[in-house]
Design a binder for this molecule. Structure first.
Ligand code: SAM
Ligand code: SF4
Length: 382
């Protein structure tokens, strides 16, 4: 069962839970004290240097993923059922002003990059305005994950308003299969959007492919050919237990080793030590002949929790410290009830510290007692 409430009222309980399960250090509820610049402060057992969000395992949190809507015009088989999805009423979503306030608060705690996601982020009205507002905050990187359906129309305005790059989900290069996986989707339209995004400078473009057993693992080589021809980075993603239907089973996962073996049956491939993208969870590889690049996101078979630098904000304003977390802390009440901007900012920052204290060493998908979160990917924002 997920736990949602305002940060202040729940932090004690959540921290207590965390102490019994995985927190090796003693924690107390968060207070950010005002002190001189550069002075190290101890906040809930976390040493804060006034510049970056470092958790008790030494992980620096410099990236935030923001879901701006839970709605979508597609119904991908690994994400949502074709019928019966219920979406949040608009009043429950953070407004753009509220999102910007939260992002401003975490930026001053050292967060450097923002990824806008959903649901389908381009369904949210005036999304280009939001990009402009976020851009004005001065983050080093602003990117978006989209199904690409409306990207062609919005690409230019998104880029002019400050979006740097996009990840577009594709899953199949065969039009019929694309429509069977990305139900209600249109491959030619999405490929047209990718061309348009490239034309206006929204790059490097990454193409996401969720690989599922018996569905599209036969297209791994085709996607490599595509990466080599287009220059876009194809990222193969392991199917995760985050579908709204709850139909995930381990035997549907095509693991990183199998994906690599398939590719190496045709090309030499070497890992890229530093791909320059610290916000990416993918392990990246270059083809040995120097043409093209791919990535693998192996959340299930090779979890990368030790390097996790991400925080997440759901569309209704809950902080999640991990995709697979079962607890959340809401900042919506804070931004709607605190009186001044300063108070709101301070309380939001406290909530993020609390979320960081609760962050576990790993998501534990491999543990026998792993329990999947009761939130689907479309609510969390992948
Ligand atoms: N609607 C946009 C899209 O499809 O790109 C953005 C949101 S979507 C939830 C973000 C990413 O999560 C997509 O690349 C999608 O393929 C991936 N995704 C969704 N459900 C998944 C699952 N159960 N396992 C792995 N990846 C998943
Ligand atoms: Fe929509 Fe993206 Fe989920 Fe597909 S993966 S149903 S496009 S939110």
């Amino acid at each position: 069962m997920s736990t949602q409430d305002s940060a202040g009222s729940l932090s004690k309980k959540l921290i207590a839970d965390n102490q019994t399960s995985c927190n090796p250090r003693k924690s107390v509820p968060v207070r950010i004290r005002n002190s001189g610049e550069n002075q190290i402060q101890v906040v809930s057992g976390i040493a804060w240097d006034g510049k970056s969000l470092v958790d008790q395992f030494g992980r620096v949190h410099s990236d935030i993923r923001v879901s701006i809507t839970d709605r979508c015009n597609y119904r991908c088989i690994y994400c949502m059922p074709l019928e019966g999805m219920e979406f949040l009423p608009r009043k429950d979503l953070l407004t753009y002003e509220e999102i910007v306030l939260v992002l401003g608060a975490v930026q001053s705690l050292g967060v450097k990059s923002v990824r806008i996601s959903g649901g389908e982020p381009l369904l949210r009205r005036d999304v280009t305005d939001l990009v402009k507002l976020i851009s004005a905050l001065g983050f080093e990187d602003i990117s978006m994950t989209t199904n690409g359906h409306y990207l062609g129309e919005f690409a230019k305005a998104l880029h002019s308003n400050g979006l740097k790059r996009v990840n577009v989900s594709v899953d199949s290069l065969d039009p019929g299969k694309f429509s069977r996986i990305r139900r209600l989707g249109d491959l030619s339209r999405v490929l047209g959007s990718i061309s348009r995004a490239s034309e206006v400078g929204l790059g490097p473009i990454k193409v996401n492919v969720v690989v599922m057993r018996g569905v599209n693992e036969d297209e791994i080589v085709d996607f490599c050919e595509y990466a080599r021809k287009s220059g876009n980075v194809v990222r193969f993603i392991e199917f995760m237990p985050l579908d709204a239907q709850g139909a995930w089973t381990r035997d549907q996962v095509v693991g990183a080793d199998e994906i690599l073996a398939t590719i190496r049956g045709k090309w030499g491939l070497s890992p890229i030590e530093d791909d320059g993208d610290v916000s990416s969870p993918a392990t990246t590889y270059r083809f040995d002949d120097g043409v093209g690049e791919i990535g693998i996101i192996a959340s299930v078979t090779k979890p990368f929790c030790g390097d996790c630098n991400r925080l997440r904000l759901t569309c209704e304003g809950s902080i999640r410290n991990c995709l697979f977390a079962r607890e959340e802390l809401s900042v919506r009440d804070i931004v709607r009830s605190a009186k001044t901007k300063e108070e709101k900012t301070k309380q939001v920052q406290e909530a993020f510290f609390n979320a960081l204290v609760m962050k576990k060493a790993g998501h534990g998908i491999g543990d026998p007692n792993f329990e999947r979160p009761n939130r689907s990917m479309s609510m969390i924002g992948g």
